[in-house]
Design a binder for this molecule. Structure first.
Ligand code: URP
Ligand code: ZN
Ligand code: ZN
Ligand code: ZN
Length: 466
């Protein structure tokens, strides 16, 4: 049992001074000013700190097999790193292998994730279509606690599906009360451009960005929205990186469609020039999809977050070490796509969002936790500070400043995108299931302590409105 004393609670709605008592079941038991400390209860001093709901990262890829290799952070190291950065839950992606059923893949991912140090759930990717997929989607929603499915419009000849499959999946998800999520890039266009660039001798990381220009994302986002409207089903667009996709989402919302957009902090910070770095490895370490964009797109993303047209922040945490990135030394299409970030997300968003005055602390909570909990039906168990909710909290030092270095981080990867950057805003303590797991530099993550979180289907009408 712990009593968090003297902090300022920040929720998505307001700030107020209060104590929080967390019980041994890992739940918030009491909230109030000057709470008594029951016998045997440990006091956690939160004086001078903000007490916020722990971060929820709805987009990670721990130990994902991808592009001929496997992401280097596993469910233990990745969730532990999340705790060090103030993130107490994540939703990862089950990706069925060739010929593997969705349900079998979900079982495989459950096994892999047993070592997780923080709570987690799964989206399941629909990568092909047959009667078994239709049946498995039902079983996953009704028996397995999965309420969201992922669709890749890119990665041709691997994960990509066509519009007919997407529509079938949307129809099935709508029947089941599940949410469709989408990686929106036109995979045929990417594949065409990749082949042309290679034929012209463009083999370096800069060609990665050239093969995935903003229109490729804008077109796919608009197409996905159009398809979702045909089936009257909500849609969540992952890693929105362009003005075009932001505007498509905002326009859809103005029409009353339930469309949500997710932003990755790295797209707010880095631009396309990272691919011009003369050091091949530095440029390759920024290879992810969608790629980093020309600076003006960042303004649109900030505008989307500030206005509420884009609702969540995630990381797309997908780590590849030097020797993995080296696979694409002579051919940019073979550089494994993905970058780390679960440990840095909260600080990066605070520094560039709140410390600059773009976002209020309440918006920060909404964007890192509450909106995600609402959209993915985890609320009010997660994403809020209320009696009966999980005691997943971060004690945040809004003034603390540190310079990021890979050596001080816990992710199982050999670099950070933010190396050498000085950031204001830091998780001093992270509390997961009522236990202090990150204590001012000391990581007390416990292997296997994380629980699989079942997410129920949505009521008719679809995902909750955010
Ligand atoms: O480059 C990325 N984003 N890698 C992970 C897979 C995906 O597209 O989300
Ligand atoms: Zn993606
Ligand atoms: Zn360029
Ligand atoms: Zn991803």
């Amino acid at each position: 049992m712990i009593l968090i004393k003297g902090g300022i609670i920040v929720t998505a709605e307001r700030q107020y001074r209060s104590d929080i008592l967390c019980n041994d079941a890992g739940l918030i038991a009491q909230i109030g000013p000057d709470l008594e400390c029951p016998t045997g209860c440990e006091i956690v001093d939160a004086a001078g700190l903000l007490v916020m709901p722990g971060g929820i990262d709805p987009h990670t890829h721990m130990e994902m097999p991808f592009m001929g290799t496997t992401a280097s952070d596993d469910f233990y190291t990745g969730t532990a790193a999340g705790l060090a950065g103030g993130t107490t839950s994540l939703i990862d992606f089950v990706i069925p292998g060739q010929g593997q059923s969705l349900y079998e893949a979900w079982q495989e991912w459950r096994m892999k994730a047993e070592k997780a140090a923080s709570d987690y759930g799964f989206h399941v990717a629909v990568t092909h279509w047959d009667d078994r997929v239709h049946a498995d989607m039902g079983r996953l929603v009704t028996e397995a606690g999965v309420n969201s499915f992922k669709h890749f419009m890119a990665y041709k000849n691997a994960l990509m599906i066509d519009d007919a499959i997407f529509l079938r999946s949307m129809q099935r998800a709508a029947e089941l009360g599940a949410l469709c999520t989408v990686h929106a890039e036109n995979g045929d266009a990417v594949s065409f451009l990749q082949a042309q660039l290679l034929a012209q001798g463009e083999t370096g990381p800069h060609a990665h960005a050239l093969s995935r220009p903003p229109g490729v994302e804008g077109e796919a986002a608009q197409r996905a929205i159009t398809l979702a409207a045909l089936r009257d089903t909500p849609l969540y667009v992952v890693h929105v990186s362009t003005r075009e996709a932001t505007e498509a989402i905002a326009a859809a919302r103005l029409k009353g469609l339930k469309v949500y957009g997710e932003v990755l902090p790295q797209h707010l910070v880095f631009d396309e020039t990272v691919y011009h770095d003369p050091d091949w490895l530095i440029a390759a370490r920024h290879v992810m999809s969608p790629p980093f964009r020309e600076k003006s797109h960042q303004q649109a993303l900030w505008g989307g977050l500030m206005s509420g047209q884009l609702q969540t922040t995630a990381t797309d945490h997908c780590c590849f070490c030097r020797e993995q990135k080296e696979r694409g030394r002579d051919d940019f299409t073979r550089i494994p796509n993905g970058v780390p970030g679960i440990e840095e997300r909260m600080s990066v968003l605070w520094h560039h969002g709140v410390a600059t005055g773009r976002l209020t602390p309440e918006q920060f909570v909404a964007l890192t936790s509450t909106n995600t909990a609402r959209i993915f039906n985890l609320y009010p168990r997660k994403g809020c500070i209320a009696v009966g909710s999980d005691a997943d909290l971060v004690l945040w030092d809004a003034q603390a400043t540190r310079t990021v270095t890979v050596d001080a981080l816990h992710q199982n990867v050999d670099y950070t995108l933010y190396e050498g950057m000085t950031l204001t805003g830091l998780a001093r303590k992270t509390i997961s299931q009522g236990v202090v797991t990150w204590d001012d530099g000391l990581l007390r993550a416990e292997r296997g302590k994380g629980r699989y979180i079942r997410r129920p289907a949505f009521a008719p009408g679809g995902a909750s409105s955010v």
